[in-house]
Design a protein around this ligand. Structure first.
Ligand SMILES: [Zn+2]
Ligand SMILES: [Zn+2]
Length: 290
């Protein structure tokens, strides 16, 4: 089997899903991430059967995969507002269906932010909301679709920035078999995990394995970080131009566990075109690091 890394990026579907697949291939990417719906709202564009069939066929022809879907930023299962939790639960359930329809194995969600309420209460709401959403979309999970909880930077009242918080969620949910994890290199670094050094990254992954099992780690968002280690500030930077820098990113893409996972870029670019260069840079770093 080839030892090459699989690089993808977050690509817009504003002009339809099949078009996005073509764009992904043109940019030289191997895998891709899309929003399930409007990221700052929640409105869902209708998907007709023709578009779905065309998209599935094109993804296969172009050998792009896996397809990773990301819920909108408005999803917050930890919210102290009942309407927000209800909206979030419905969106997660509907988006699991959408993943199933499109052939996407993974739905990435941010665990949530508890605002001024207590973290323990936020975690309880995440646990209840996840179980209900997965139960509402049982058939999709039965067919293999997984919810991936994304590790956050811990900005504001965000929950799910540490291995321990994730372990608590995982330990309390009933839908454990339907849940995996997504790392974000910027978030982990900003939270204070020394993923930029060989020792730091190994220590993090060892602890991850003990508490969560590495078999649940499915996707990595590869981003440089505008802010330093432990700042708990979430701002992505282009590769090599942030605090992780080329050396930190080289360490990440050389790691034998991480380099075999889909590596999705979510770095700020002026034009989607620029993802081609960012992907190339990541591939160079992965080769140098070997
Ligand atoms: Zn995210
Ligand atoms: Zn981020």
């Amino acid at each position: 089997m080839s030892d090459d890394i699989r690089v993808g990026a977050h690509i817009s579907t504003a002009r339809g899903f099949p078009r996005a697949a073509t764009r992904t291939a043109e940019l030289g990417l191997d895998c891709v991430q899309h929003f399930t719906r409007n990221p700052r709202g929640g409105a869902q564009r209708t998907l007709d059967e023709r578009e779905v069939t065309a998209h599935r066929r094109r993804m296969e022809e172009l050998q792009i995969g896996p397809l990773v879907m990301h819920t909108p930023y408005t999803v917050n299962l930890a919210s102290h507002r009942a309407e927000t939790v209800e909206f979030s639960r419905r969106v997660v359930a509907e988006d699991l269906q959408r993943c199933h329809l499109l052939g996407a194995p993974y739905l990435v969600i941010h665990p949530g932010a508890c605002g001024k309420s207590r973290v323990e209460d936020g975690i309880s709401r995440i646990v209840a909301g996840l179980d209900r959403a997965v139960d509402d979309a049982k058939d999709t999970v039965g067919a293999g679709v997984r919810v991936l909880l994304e590790f956050m930077s811990g900005q504001g009242s965000e929950i799910g920035s540490t291995i321990e918080e994730m372990a608590e969620i995982l330990g309390r949910i009933e839908c454990r078999d339907a849940v995996g994890f997504c790392l974000d290199t910027c978030h982990c670094f900003a939270r204070g995990y020394e993923v930029h050094t060989e020792d730091g990254l190994e220590k993090f992954l060892r602890r991850f394995d003990q508490k969560l099992s590495l078999s649940r780690l499915k996707v990595v968002h590869v981003n440089d970080s505008e802010f330093g280690l432990g700042t708990r500030r979430d701002r992505h930077a282009p590769l090599g131009r942030g605090e992780l820098g080329s050396a930190g990113l080289r360490n990440i893409v050389s790691n034998p566990v991480l380099r075999r996972l889909p590596l999705i870029l979510e770095v700020p670019v002026e034009d989607q075109e620029d993802y081609a260069d960012e992907a190339e840079l990541l591939r160079c770093l992965s080769v140098e690091g070997k």
